[in-house]
Design a protein around this ligand. Structure first.
Ligand SMILES: *Cc1c(COP(=O)(O)O)cnc(C)c1O
Length: 415
């Protein structure tokens, strides 16, 4: 019997997605505007609340890019970005010819360290004579950052915040939805995120005027003339009406999906509570309400795992994981900074059982492509990268799957 693969996080089309797609086809609304785009934006505005306005876009990365454009980021500017993240938080800073300033995390939430942020800003002002143009905190695996402290630092210096809530859809901090604290909030609807539009994203804006400005840049910056008149450089970043139809369907089951991620988290938390050497990452206090997009554990460096001697014995090529694949083959089995051998051995042991797991994001300050970026580090994200592992989460993962995954992990601890 072929065993089912248990993947990290996979789209789950359990809403009425097809109804909206069929409507789009029936009415020939197959362009990047139309009733589904408007309807999806209205659904998102209701979901995030706080009187915010939302623009549906082609990707979360596009949302980061447009937020920075709206804040006037350009060549010669600096933008502060959480170092411990996926490259999409940071790359748009480079698209604009600006310099990312990378700031490390604190150990409770794994997100940007407010004290280090404060020090970094003071240092940049002293060094360059001007303030960074924006601050980009990230909500890794759904966990909110220490937003009260982060916003206090941002307010102290008067620097706008672009929240990268791509992984934090529906997470809450002090009762408010993540993405509604800063001047802009980024959402992603990629195939492996909390909800999907197959590919897409959105930008949460403070008011109708800033939504209008984002729409302008997302639709090739076209001026209001009968012919094509351009006075600014624009982008083709609007969401298609087909994708938005998927999004409307997904919104009907979004709350249910989030509850399922949180239910899986509770199962992992309980199961790992008395496993020495393994720590489940949970909300640090009741103020934090993670969506648990991905559940994560940390393996103590002294935990012995079966097969450690075979870790990193081969280079990786081809598809890695469920949604992502690589087209560049690795040229070596090792890089200058990699997860500990017990983590890699556990990943391989789980893969052999059809269970997908994945190391945590490799911090941007350890990425060769960002070697030149100024970085303010404290060792937290590097240590987490070396010891952490993401586990299967989401609507496809059953209670039995969690029991099986936990059992496999325990079986692979060497006595
Ligand atoms: C997924 C993700 C993005 C980008 O979203 P896309 O829709 O894939 O472009 C940005 N930031 C973080 C932290 C993400 O995980």
């Amino acid at each position: 019997m072929a065993k089912r693969k248990i993947l990290l996080c996979l789209a789950h089309m359990s809403g009425n997605e097809m109804k909206y797609i069929e409507e789009a086809f029936a009415d020939n609304w197959v362009v990047p505007l139309g009733p589904n785009v408007n309807g999806f934006e209205a659904d998102l505005e209701q979901f995030v609340g706080e009187g915010k306005h939302v623009v549906a876009l082609s990707a979360g990365t596009a949302a980061v890019h447009l937020a920075l454009i709206a804040l006037g980021v350009g060549p010669g500017d600096e933008v502060i970005c959480q170092s411990f993240t996926f490259c999409a938080s940071c790359n748009p800073i480079k698209y604009l010819g600006a310099t990312p300033v990378l700031v490390d995390s604190e150990p409770d939430t794994w997100n940007i360290d407010p004290e280090l942020l404060d020090r970094a800003i003071a240092d940049r002002i002293a060094l360059t004579g001007k303030k960074p143009k924006a601050i980009v905190p990230v909500y890794l695996y759904g966990m909110p950052a220490k937003l009260r402290e982060v916003m206090a630092v941002a307010d102290k210096y008067g620097i706008p915040v672009v929240e990268d809530a791509a992984e934090g859809f529906g997470s809450r901090y002090a009762g408010h939805v993540c993405g509604t604290f800063g001047q802009y909030g980024v959402l992603s609807f990629n195939g492996n995120k909390m909800i999907t539009t197959s590919g897409g994203g959105a930008l949460i804006c403070a008011d109708a005027e800033s939504k209008n400005q984002i729409m302008f840049y997302a639709t090739q910056a076209r001026e209001a003339y009968p012919y094509y008149q351009h006075e600014h450089i624009g982008y083709n970043y609007r969401m298609s009406n087909i994708c938005a139809g998927i999004g409307r369907g997904q919104m009907t089951i979004a709350a249910e999906h989030i509850r399922h991620h949180q239910h899986i988290a509770a199962l992992y938390k309980e199961a790992f509570a008395n496993v020495p050497g393994i720590t489940f990452h949970e909300n640090p206090s009741p103020e934090f309400d993670s969506n648990y997009w991905l559940n994560t554990i940390v393996l103590s460096p002294d935990l012995k795992v079966k097969g450690e001697e075979n870790a990193y014995s081969q280079t990786v090529s081809g598809a890695i994981g469920g949604a992502g694949s690589t087209v560049h083959a690795a040229t070596s089995a090792h890089t200058a900074c990699e997860p500990n051998t017990n983590v890699e051995a556990m990943r391989m042991a789980l893969a052999a059982e059809g269970i997908e797991s994945r190391p945590l994001w490799k911090p941007m300050h350890l990425q060769p492509v960002y070697a030149d970026a100024p970085a303010y580090t404290n060792g937290v994200s590097e240590n987490l990268f070396k010891t952490g592992l993401c586990l299967p989460s989401g609507p496809w993962v059953t209670d039995d799957d969690v029991a099986f995954i936990v059992d496999c992990i325990k079986q692979n601890i060497a006595q």
